[in-house]
Ligand binder design. Sequence first.
Ligand code: ADP
Length: 640
Amino acid sequence: MAQRQFQTEVSRLLHLIIHSLYSNSEIFLRELVSNASDALDKLKYLTVADEQYKALAFDPRIDVSFDKEARTLVVADNGIGMDEAELADSLGTIARSGTKAFLERLSEDAKKDSSLIGQFGVGFYSAFMVAERIEVVSRRAAREEAWKWSSDGKEGFEIEPARRAEQGTTVTLYLNEEGASFANRWTIEDVIKRYSNHVAFPIYLTFEEKEWDDKGDEKGSTTKTERVNSGTALWRRPKAEISEEEYAEFYKQFSGDSEGPLAFAHTKAEGALEYAALFYVPKKAPFDLYNVDYKPGVKLYAKRVFITDDDKDLMPVWLRFVRGVIDSEDLPLNVSREILQQNKILANIRGASVKKLLSEIRQMADAAVSGGEEAKEKWETFVSQFNRPLKEGLYQDYANREALAELARFKSTALEDGAWTGFADYVSRMKADQKYIYYITGGAEKTLRASPLLEAYRARDIEVLVMDDDIDEIVIPALRAYERESPGADGKPERKSWELRAANRAGADEELGEAKDAAAEKKAKPVIEKIKKALGDRVKEVKLSRRLRDSPSCIVADENDPSAQMAQIMKAMGQAAPEAKPILEVNGEHPILAALAAVEDEARIADTAFVLLDQALLAEGLRLPDPSDFVKRLNRLLAG
Ligand code: ADP
């Protein structure tokens, strides 16, 4: 029988696969199972769509078996099968354009990074990594004759007539030295579960189970066949058919979380973009949420075949707490990390997925208002675990900024300790003539609530958001304003925007409408001069405050300077913080200031001035540059 030559590209591909992919050789089984599953899909379609096949009794299955002694591994299916021409075409040439692209990339790339290549699906030929010879016996559905294709994967292949009882394909691998370890029940099970667990058709494994007599001697063995894959591609089933319990069970099995999920979102898209996605929000933040090298929680499948669980680009960083699956109908198996990154299909799926998750989170937030105690608790759990990543999104995800601004939660002077509010609620409580959203950052909640900076707001009964999360310091100034679109009086959408204003800025008092009092300024001038002289370059300026009521002093940052808290964060992160000195504001009505006016002793003036500055820093939760100096001065003043 004449040997037929492989197409030149096949020879090259075979060479490359065998020499660069072997470190990841197990993927051959994924490829063979995926081919079998495709063949079953094709026949299944015909039995519904084509008269000629409608009568066919069809019980789709994939069978895997092995023989340790003979060193063979067999993957069989009863799918569509191939006739002689199809065998020669499909297994003698490169059918897929993706494979061609793969080849081109590989040959361009002199340094063959085998871990990168391992991301590719390389199809049937990958079996030559583990086999020195492959035989494929196939019978096309609705035909009588069968054919045997065989090859050693070097030059070419042979095709001869064969027999097969029913339609389908049997691939027999004569394993090579390295491949011998695959003739093992546990290895096969492990690989199938990993890559092909969600393949829709049952995958059976046949193996010999040894029997032992009472003395512990081998008595013989029985042949057993067990199903290996669970086939529960839950995300592929219609939503209406899936119970809450099933969703929860799947989540536990999938994520390894012993608790059920807090929420889930299941979508199926059809049309231009065909995919299914199932996302879960855990009840607890994953332990590595704040590690740079966190493990991504979303797995990518192509037609139910596992592609990767290690692609951080499937979701934006801020959604890294989400667990789930994206399963595309349009992605080829042969998709590399680089290709994934540039893939338009995936970019579209990702965009739609983020929107879906945002709307799911929004529903949770809305339910907390309109729903019962349980809905409220659910939302509170979400906020306690994931408010911070949402705020990261506010900073990073420009496209979804508005939706995220509706979801981020803050503490507030209008609410008791520990309660949360959002921008929309704040705006609904605003005074009729109030233009801005006020907030205070830095320090712990308690410190912020007691800050002298809030005295004027309190006096005017104006709500201030208490931002005690250190990320607020970065996110909120960058956000600048809370914007939203809502139906206007005429029903047309109307854009509204409220600027965000920090309480610890120079000028915040003016915004509040605190008028300048020339007489008071004049009266305070000498004492302010004294303080200024004593503090020298420790402060940018000393000013008469219009915002203080009870406290003698406070510090604020100049309009364009970073706040003292921000400077401290930047330092802690090892970044060079620009040298920005605070502005000290003093309360002219306070007895300390009144007393200071009468003091002439320079040392005592300095002690008072430094204590005024240091206590203002302390009140904002900041560290003192020289605590012992503060203590000494304070003690001298107390001693009289
Ligand atoms: P791919 O499956 O990605 O197209 P492969 O190299 O794995 O690439 O397979 C090439 C072709 O061989 C398939 O497209 C299919 O037409 C055919 N083929 C492979 N395995 C089977 C099978 N078990 N049953 C029917 N056809 C098959």
